[in-house]
Write a protein that binds this ligand. Structure first.
Ligand code: SAM
Length: 297
């Protein structure tokens, strides 16, 4: 029942998604600049017999065939935390936040911390929020192991951060907890509509908190790894209903596997500006993803 409903919904969004979910021929990683420089790390990997392929949109992001996934964790760059394995959609979304060296960045749903590590290389400081205790401590360990010294961590619920920090941050990233449909690669076991509705409600509270924590003149990104419009465009539409003056910015994505945000789902018509959102379709090392960039004037 869930399987049929899931597939039927996905087909209504874009049938190509189902094919992409099954094909995971590549994985990706980025250079952790707290521990190494791109040239040296890549040379070391080549010495160890790997042939990393650089992506077109960054100098320090690479892909490898999935057949190397087990071996890479025994390589010296991996064991010395000089590389960080992360899917291309996640890396692209974090690189899309235009961070200036003096910025203070809020990562409102941060564990395990892969995106905060990216922000920490580019910003003056980062505040990483994660309410789940176990995930929080694992994230702290992750930051320490990867040499990031400018991240403050908070074991707090992101929904209430705006109360203590209204308008504080130059940039905010909300990688929202979601129904994770992009991780379904065969049989549907844990997915159902109750989950989608539960996350949609939480995401709406989180996006208001994220926007209220942002400085005027600042920019934020809302992202999920799910396809459900209830968790994506509907959440952006909800923000725009509360803050009609929020500006949705275009995202320049130099790859083919993408589509614009959808403006209608079932009986709902969203604010037409949600079409500036980016849906990344699963392909190779890109997993399914949704992101929207929002500016506050
Ligand atoms: C998609 S994951 C974040 C991944 C992370 N940004 C990264 O790139 O490594 C979403 C996180 O949100 C956390 N979360 C759940 N409820 C939350 C809440 N109310 N406030 C903030 N974070 C929450 C989850 O525990 C989970 O760690």
């Amino acid at each position: 029942m869930s399987q049929e409903l899931f597939e039927e919904r996905i087909k209504r969004i874009e049938p190509k998604i189902l094919e992409g979910l099954k094909n995971k021929e590549e994985f990706s990683f980025r250079i952790n600049h707290h521990r190494g420089q791109t040239k040296e790390v890549v040379e070391q990997l080549q010495k160890e017999g790997f042939e990393p392929k650089k992506v077109a949109w960054a100098e320090d992001v690479f892909t490898l065939p999935m057949s190397e996934r087990k071996r890479i964790v025994t390589s010296s760059p991996y064991t010395q935390n000089q590389i960080y394995i992360q899917n291309l959609s996640s890396i692209f979304s974090a690189y899309s936040l235009d961070i200036e060296p003096r910025d203070w960045v809020l990562d409102l749903a941060a564990a395990p911390g892969g995106k905060s590590l990216i922000f920490s290389e580019r910003a003056h400081k980062v505040s990483a929020v994660e309410p789940d205790r176990q995930r929080f401590f694992r994230m702290k360990r992750n930051f320490k192991e990867h040499g990031a010294k400018n991240i403050q961590t908070y074991n707090k619920d992101g929904r209430f951060i705006y109360k203590t920090c209204p308008g504080w941050f130059d940039k905010v990233f909300l990688d929202a907890p979601c129904s994770s449909e992009a991780h379904i690669d065969g049989e549907v076991t844990w997915w159902n509509m109750r989950r989608v509705r539960k996350f949609s409600k939480l995401q709406k509270e989180l996006i208001l908190s994220a926007y209220q924590s942002l400085k005027p003149g600042g920019e934020m990104i809302y992202a999920t790894c799910t396809f459900a419009p209830e968790e994506n465009e509907a959440v952006i539409d909800f923000l725009l209903q509360h803050y009609p003056e929020a500006q949705i910015k275009e995202i320049d994505a130099p790859f083919e596997n993408k589509m614009a945000g959808i403006t209608q789902w079932e009986d709902k018509h969203f604010d037409p500006r949600v079409s500036k959102g980016l849906r990344i379709l699963p392909k190779g090392a890109y997993s399914g993803f949704f992101m929207t960039k929002i500016a506050k004037s």
